[in-house]
Design a protein around this ligand. Structure first.
Ligand code: NAG
Ligand code: NAG
Ligand code: NAG
Ligand code: NAG
Length: 409
């Protein structure tokens, strides 16, 4: 009973933004910021804002916003929007009362982990004549942006204030763009050479490319993932199954890490047909996002391209769909209920050469059962033990639940 209710409860609770605020709905009430709001949605920075307990959103009026977005890629605009969202609570009173000297504050841009040095910080300074200016923390940056007016304050969680201009520094808008980036080279540079070469040689690169216009998120396993204990020997897969496996490593939608965190319920992949198979579940805890295929789990490691509607994320493990690898791990004693033994008759017409793919051979998929846990990463639960994966799932559910309860009550 409880096992039926828990997932429902989690799904319900996760659909509520964690600070209880919805920046899109708030800005809907202020037509002056319609363009800003529309770009928050297109770039999904709105999900990042809603996931924060404390945030100050510096908004730009449409006139300033339209000059910012002119001729910029969405990836560049996304960087600029992230730099305008401060991870602390500042209301008009607080910025005017800042102690003399300056305040450096961190931003959503810094929180991506991709900002070199202190480029993701904003310097707030009281300028002459009661003006408060905002600038990049880059030495010598000019205070082009200044405080205009209060828009909405919800102490001490969310503050929205209008400023006159964007906060910029050289290079902020030069994010890699999906339309000009060589995907193979990008993957190779990010330590995903094996994946890149499989994607190119199998022809799946073309499938990815044709899916890009409608939205695509690639989940690229790094090179270590292919060498890990328990990683299947892909040379035993038929080329059709290899294509399916690689399609399984992509979602047919723009889903950056922040949106994965906000998602609920299993997600479809490029391998999913109308039947709804080949799904992936997501769990998150703090800034960590874990994908669960039902056979194994993998952590989302880093973002290597984020240009709406295309996103490329790296993952620590291969994602093994139940439909291809579910039969392999055979937990020894108890849970015979999960996988009823096939009737002897069913075994009869399955000679050696028929289809190595329908019934994947046990050894390559499952790690040796005497080496159950990955030595390297505490968060990883290997495919070698279906029971462990399941109990980890329950654990995660319990943790999520208590976390969700804590943040609601
Ligand atoms: C936030 O509000 C917008 C517009 O009112 C709505 O479309 C969206 O679904 C809301 N998001 C969440 C997470 O509730
Ligand atoms: C912030 O800007 C002011 C004015 O240019 C400068 O004096 C100060 O050193 C800056 N603060 C930091 C920490 O960079
Ligand atoms: C602000 O966030 C905290 C959690 O950090 C929450 O307990 C509180 O209810 C929120 N306040 C408002 C007004 O939403
Ligand atoms: C993309 O990069 C790969 C590897 O660096 C290279 O082999 C390939 O020729 C490049 N493709 C294009 C279209 O430039």
């Amino acid at each position: 009973m409880a096992s039926l209710l828990l997932p429902l409860l989690v799904t319900f609770l996760l659909s509520i933004p964690s600070n209880g605020h919805n920046i899109t709905a708030i800005l809907d009430g202020f037509p002056d910021y319609a363009l800003y709001n529309s770009y928050l949605t297109q770039t999904k920075v709105c999900d990042e804002i809603n996931s924060r307990e404390t945030v100050t959103c510096l908004v730009l009026p449409d006139s300033a916003m339209s000059s910012l977005v002119a001729k910029q890629s969405l990836a560049g605009i996304k960087n600029a929007l992230r730099l305008l969202n401060l991870l602390d609570y500042f209301d008009p009173q607080k910025i005017h009362d800042l102690p003399s000297g300056t305040t450096l504050t961190t931003t959503l841009y810094q929180a991506t982990g991709n900002a070199p040095g202190n480029l993701g910080f904003v310097n707030i300074t009281n300028l002459r004549g009661g003006k408060v200016g905002f600038a990049s923390a880059v030495p010598g940056a000019k205070f082009d942006a200044s405080y205009m007016k209060a828009v909405k304050q919800i102490p001490y969680n969310l503050s929205v204030m209008e400023i006159s201009s964007p906060i910029l520094f050289p290079g902020l808008l030069d994010a890699p763009s999906a339309s000009t980036t060589n995907l193979t080279a990008l993957l190779e540079k990010a330590g995903c050479k094996t994946f890149a070469s499989l994607v190119a040689s199998s022809g799946v690169l073309k499938i990815y490319q044709s899916a890009m216009a409608k939205g695509l998120t690639i989940l690229a396993p790094n090179d270590d993932a292919f060498k890990a204990d328990g990683a299947p020997d892909l040379s035993t897969l038929s080329s059709a199954d290899l294509v399916t496996l690689l399609q399984y490593h992509a979602l047919p939608a723009y889903t950056p890490k922040s949106s994965l965190k906000a998602s609920s319920g299993p997600m479809t992949t490029l391998a999913s047909s109308a039947s709804g198979k080949y799904g992936i579940s997501v769990a998150s805890r703090g800034d960590d996002v874990t994908l669960d295929t039902g056979v194994d789990t993998s952590r989302v490691a880093s973002t290597i391209l984020d240009d709406t509607p295309v996103c490329v994320l790296t993952v620590d493990n291969l994602l093994l769909p139940v439909e291809l690898f579910g039969g392999a791990p055979a937990p020894a004693p108890g849970p015979a209920v999960l996988t009823p033994a096939p009737a002897p008759a069913a075994l009869a017409p399955a000679p050696e050469g028929l289809s190595p793919l329908q019934s994947p051979p046990a050894p390559p998929t499952a790690a040796p059962s005497d080496a159950p846990a990955s030595p390297s990463d505490k968060a990883d639960v290997k495919a070698s033990d279906g029971v462990a994966v399941r109990s980890a799932g329950v654990m995660a559910t319990v943790v999520l639940c208590s976390w969700a309860f804590a943040s609601v009550f």
